[in-house]
Design a binder for this molecule. Structure first.
Ligand SMILES: Cc1ncc(COP(=O)(O)O)c(C=O)c1O
Length: 407
């Protein structure tokens, strides 16, 4: 007989998010008075722009506190559709949009809508920690497409083609990438689309949450804007990263293909799960997308300067190598040159996990070990530069000193 509280196999199989765990640990240590520099958190250190807060406060005061339509209010959906048409070139209408509780839940729902048990989902790696558990929760089988620093962590069209067979249902494409901080160019997206166009059974889940945070001159290309991909791409985005709104939990998906069948399915599922996002946050969506452009540009510029700063500092660490970040707010240095050595505190460093643990304990610097990101992530740590320039300088100085003392 089973214990009444025995967990389902599904629940037992889900690991906790290692990045959120690091963020929580840093908060705990800081609260206990420890002098910690945190490169762990994947969230902007800025406040949400006032115009967005005002819209939400106004909504709550004017009594918009009842249940909202499941996929979002018509105004909020229209604002998103307009943004995707005007900025991303994606042909869509308000009815092609669903608004969800964060882009994380949006990816989860998209997978639930598309993937049957046993079907394969292609996952270019290193990849964001949540994709694999989410694919598995949908009953899918993960097939990794590993890329390394030599290709800026980007899969080639040849690798993509070699990974596709009749079992493949979907691919997750995340550019700019968490954790790598690198971005597919428009030409690279077109080459991948050319391959995918020959396999019409493969849907694309394009996680574009960092799309506004790119540091190259080249305009961003959404794969869903290409005519050959339009019918089978679910474009996912949200307000968390671009507008410094991580705690608001607002994400969205756009899928104009097949008469909107995926959005309708996601809406049906959401109606049985969360109903909708918080009703009085709906008005913050047009406010963010249409009235916070100046603040977004400022934050983007600051991230661009920090990207250059942290990359320059890491390059001075000798053997540690690190591709230049071109998007998001992450750098992903290869720290495998430290494996086989011992820290000043006596810890044998044989993995990214050992490196991150000893660095936190001995130098008071938090980074995310790369194991959870899969692929060659095992040789890397992720450092978020969503923190002040002073923290970047001080944290990098501590790491350099700590590295110099390795035996
Ligand atoms: C690649 C990627 N997708 C989605 C998300 C989730 O964003 P949200 O806060 O909207 O759930 C994150 C957050 O870390 C992310 O890095």
């Amino acid at each position: 007989m089973t214990n009444a509280m025995e967990l389902s196999q599904r629940a037992q199989g889900v690991p906790a998010s290692p990045t959120l765990a690091i963020t929580a640990r840093v908060k705990e240590l800081k609260a206990a008075g420890e002098d910690i520099i945190g490169f762990g958190a994947g969230e902007p250190d800025f406040g949400t722009p006032e115009v967005i807060c005002d819209a939400a406060v106004e909504s709550i005061r004017s009594g918009q506190t009842r249940y909202a339509p499941t996929p979002g209010t018509p105004e909020a959906r229209e604002a998103i559709a307009r943004k995707l048409r005007d900025q991303n070139g994606i042909a869509c209408e308000a009815t092609d949009i669903i608004i969800n509780n964060g882009a994380k839940f949006t990816v989860y729902l998209a997978l639930q809508a598309l993937v049957n048990t046993g079907q394969t989902v292609l996952l270019p790696t290193p990849a964001w920690v949540s994709y694999k558990p989410m694919i598995q929760l949908a009953g899918g089988v993960v097939r990794e497409i590993p890329a390394g620093p030599d290709s800026d962590f980007k899969m080639t069209p040849e690798q993509l083609e070699a990974a596709i067979d009749s079992d493949v249902r979907a691919i997750i494409l995340n550019s700019p990438s968490n954790p790598c901080g690198t971005t597919y160019s428009g030409a690279e997206i077109r080459e991948l689309a050319e391959v995918l166009s020959r396999y019409p059974h493969v849907a694309v889940i394009a996680d574009e949450i960092y799309e506004q945070l790119t540091y190259e001159d080249e305009p961003y290309l959404s794969i869903g804007s290409l005519p050959e991909m339009a019918d089978r791409t679910v474009t996912i985005n949200g307000l968390s990263k671009t507008f410094a709104m991580t705690g608001w939990r607002i994400g969205y998906a756009c899928a104009p293909g097949d008469g909107g069948s995926v959005i309708k399915a996601m809406t049906r599922m959401q109606s049985q799960m969360t109903s909708s996002i918080t009703s009085f946050l709906m008005s913050s969506i047009p406010a963010a997308l249409e009235r916070a452009g100046g603040e977004v540009q400022q934050m983007r510029q600051t991230f661009a300067e920090r990207a250059e700063l942290i990359h320059g500092l890491i390059k001075s660490w000798g053997e540690v190598t690190c591709p230049r970040p071109t998007g998001a707010f992450y750098v992903f240095p290869d720290i495998s040159c430290t494996f086989g050595r011992t820290s000043a505190g006596g810890v044998a460093i044989n993995s990214a996990m050992d490196f991150a643990g000893a660095l936190l304990d001995e130098a008071g610097v938090a980074v995310v070990p790369g194991e959870g990101f899969l692929g060659c992530g095992v040789n890397h740590v992720r450092m978020s530069f969503a923190c002040s320039e002073d923290d970047i300088r001080e944290g990098c100085r501590r790491i350099q000193d700590w590295l110099a003392k390795l035996a």
